[in-house]
Design a binder for this molecule. Structure first.
Ligand SMILES: Cc1cc2nc3c(=O)[nH]c(=O)nc-3n(C[C@H](O)[C@H](O)[C@H](O)COP(=O)(O)O)c2cc1C
Length: 338
């Protein structure tokens, strides 16, 4: 259990915000396995949010079941904060997260994401304004900074806490470090020692063993999982059961069925918004198979979601026919063709 402000999370396992991946279809799939304490949207432009329609925007569509749900804001200017938070209140957000970690050049150029860590006074204004504007739990997600520098990182984290942040997630890499580099979980441990608010560790957790090692090196209050959520949507349930004794029902893992479930979830989006999301998910999910690149590539080359599903079933027929036998393939085709 993890208490954040006035909310108790059923498990200290959080879904990482991921552009193109953490939408309603993936969240619903994750919920079907259980073990997850907090869901997330992908990063949302604070500037655009006030004019978005949450009934049709593919970034904002959610179902009744998708709670608690954290909305991540990509902020570039303090003026954007109040209108964006008002929009999140209208959308019945459960948590508000602010992105200070994204290293993508496009995001940095706009003045958001990790570029903000070099401008602590602007960050202070953003958090102070956000804190005054909401009673919802307020969190932030950071990387370790530009270079390993304890005092800069410590001052930054303490400033976030002093301004009223409720939870801090640390992606245990420097701004310029790629996923190929081993995450520096011990640095999350330093942050944990400096702060009184809950600190969540993120980066490189793909198994129960990774989660256990990350916890022992960081002493974190919770774990945030990104890419593995799309690769192994059942991982939260496994970690919750093994490390936190959360009572999660055992579910059998049938990969074609899970893939089909995701495809059905995509039918919540307008037809032109489905294929891109299926390609993004397939890139990670295909890693479950020794020859999964065939699955990922054939979906990648597809020009319609129906064709992609046909390619996927051809792949499963060759590599996982027992699994495929458990899937109502025509029902899935009907769901995504509607
Ligand atoms: C496809 C993709 C999209 C991402 N989008 C976001 C985002 O919108 N906001 C954010 O804070 N981090 C984003 N991230 C970073 C993840 O939240 C996470 O910090 C990172 O993937 C490390 O965690 P993992 O090793 O569990 O994947 C993204 C990562 C990936 C792979």
């Amino acid at each position: 259990m993890l208490k954040v402000r006035n909310t108790i999370l059923a498990s200290p396992l959080l879904l990482a915000p991921m552009a193109g991946l953490t939408h309603s279809a993936l969240r619903t799939l994750l919920l079907s396995f259980g073990g997850i304490g907090l869901l997330s949207t992908e990063m949302l432009s604070a500037r655009r949010l006030p004019v978005e329609n949450n009934k049709i925007s593919p970034y904002l569509i959610t179902t009744e079941a998708e709670h608690p749900l954290s909305y991540q804001l990509l902020i570039t200017d303090v003026q954007e904060v109040i209108p964006a938070i008002e929009a999140l209140h209208r959308f019945a957000a459960d948590f508000i997260d602010i992105n200070f970690g994204c290293p993508a050049p496009r995001v940095r150029k706009s003045g958001g994401g990790s570029s903000l860590m070099s401008n602590p006074e602007l960050v202070r204004d953003i958090i102070r304004t956000a804190r005054k504007s909401t009673h919802l739990p307020l969190s932030a997600k950071i990387r370790l900074g530009e270079c390993l520098d304890e005092s800069t990182l410590r001052d930054f984290c303490l400033m976030l806490q002093d301004e009223g942040l409720d939870l801090l997630t640390v992606h245990a890499r420097l701004r310029g470090e790629s996923f190929a580099r081993k995450p520096r979980w011990e640095w999350v441990g330093k942050v944990k020692k400096w702060l009184d608010i809950p600190v969540v560790a993120n980066g490189g957790i793909f198994s129960v063993d990774d989660a256990a090692r990350c916890l022992s090196l960081s002493g974190a209050d919770g774990l945030m999982i990104g890419r593995a959520a799309a690769q192994k949507p059942w991982l939260f349930a496994e970690i919750a059961r093994a490390l936190y004794s959360v009572d999660v029902q055992g579910v059998s893992i049938c990969l074609p069925q899970i893939y089909g479930q995701f495809v059905v979830g995509l039918s919540r989006f307008r037809p032109e918004r489905r294929l891109g999301r299926l390609k993004e998910f397939s890139h990670y999910f295909a890693l479950n198979y020794a020859f999964g690149h065939h699955l990922a590539m054939s979906v990648q080359k597809s020009t319609t979601v129906e064709q992609a599903w046909q390619q996927a079933t051809d792949f499963f027929a060759k590599t996982d026919s027992n699994g495929l036998a458990q899937v109502a393939t025509n029902d899935i085709l009907n769901a995504i063709s509607s």
